[in-house]
Design a protein around this ligand. Structure first.
Ligand code: PHE
Length: 353
């Protein structure tokens, strides 16, 4: 085969491959295969110099035409493929403005925070201020200044989470400098009274921790709301009236309140407060265990010993305190049979509130 025929053959082959190239990468590969430095046509053209002089003009013409034809075909095919690629992209990125919008689900406050806010509102309405204290607390505030004797059972490591190095020897320092997770919000009483002189009307909501295994009526971490009033002439009647107001605001006007004598180291006298059962109205039913009443909080008159720890004169001032579990109030209000539901994060449950 003469060199001119070989050139024409390569040209036809190249044009065929260009016409069937379906993307820009393939097209570029075809260009390199024929016109690149090591391309087939390039190699043939390099050999032209060895031809006899009289053949050169004719073969030169054929080879120029071949190169021009291939370059032209590459250019046209590239334009077509680029336009196709652009059209595909436009189609893929097109926004269908007729599609309905995606609704973002709106969250809402967790039921525990809802009930805390409701209770806070009731007492803020009575003129109380909000107080706070640390969740990691000193024994002094959690127990000692609240009139707990050193051997009080609540101090046992089986009931209270201590923050201590378990590998070290038993602590040798004074018991009141032990660090623990507060077991109730009552230490906030002491912290408030250390800083503020009466009249004091505060409410202190917050997390508390106890070494309890979670069951339908216990959680190892829960939320308490503490109340403290210290002023001149405060009586047990003020405490009872305040709690009755609170119960009616939260549970409804038909609910009744009952106080049962109880003991707390930091109040004297002390009481536990029950609310009449919503299901039976006090008759006794399955929901209240036949009692007709449900326990909602602990309370009492501030013990003079506590006043002495914070330097408030018990001859001049008196006061009352109360503490309740927010989860328990939420459960009683909404008829929730198991406190664990409140912390499991099951949206099917939480969405109801
Ligand atoms: N701190 C007590 C408890 O956790 C409740 C309480 C608070 C009782 C204030 C009396 C006064 O059980």
């Amino acid at each position: 085969m003469g060199i001119a025929e070989r050139i024409v053959e390569l040209k036809d082959e190249a044009l065929e491959r260009i016409a069937t190239a379906n993307d820009l990468e393939t097209l570029e590969a075809v260009r390199v295969a024929y016109l690149g430095k090591k391309g087939e046509l390039t190699a043939v053209l390099r050999g032209l110099g060895e031809l006899p002089a009289e053949q050169r003009p004719a073969v030169g013409k054929v080879s120029n035409e071949a190169r021009d034809a291939i370059e032209q075909a590459l250019l046209e095919r590239r334009a077509v493929l680029e336009r196709e690629a652009l059209e595909r992209r436009i189609a893929a990125e097109a926004i269908d403005v007729t599609l309905p919008g995606r609704r973002r689900p709106l969250g809402h406050q967790h039921i525990i925070h809802q009930i805390v806010d409701e209770i806070v509102d009731v007492f803020v309405g009575l003129g109380y201020r909000i107080a706070e204290g640390p969740e990691v607390e000193l024994d002094y505030y959690n127990f000692t200044a609240l009139n707990h004797p050193p051997e009080h059972p609540a101090r046992a490591a089986t009931d209270t989470f201590y923050v201590r190095d378990l590998s070290a020897d038993a602590p040798s320092g004074p018991i009141e400098s032990e660090v623990l997770l507060r077991t109730h919000t009552s230490p906030v009483q002491v912290r408030v009274m250390e800083k503020q002189r009466p009249p004091i009307y505060v409410l202190a909501p917050g997390k508390v921790f106890r070494r309890d295994v979670a069951d339908p009526s216990h959680l190892p971490q829960f939320t308490q709301i503490e109340g403290l009033v210290v002023d001149e002439g405060i009586t047990f009647g003020d405490l009872k009236g305040t709690l009755e107001h609170f119960v009616r605001e939260i549970f409804g006007p038909e609910r009744r309140v009952r106080l049962r004598p109880h003991f707390f180291p930091f109040t004297e006298p002390s009481a536990e407060v029950d609310v009449s059962c919503a299901m039976c109205g006090g008759e006794g039913c399955r929901s209240c265990g036949g009692e007709g009443w449900l326990e909602v909080l602990g309370c009492g008159m501030v013990d003079p010993n506590v006043f002495r720890y914070v330097g408030i004169d018990p001859e001049r001032y008196s006061g009352f305190a109360f503490g309740m579990g927010a989860e328990r109030i939420a459960a009683l209000k909404h008829g929730i049979p198991d406190l664990r539901l409140l912390i499991e994060g099951d949206m099917r449950f939480l969405r109801q509130f």
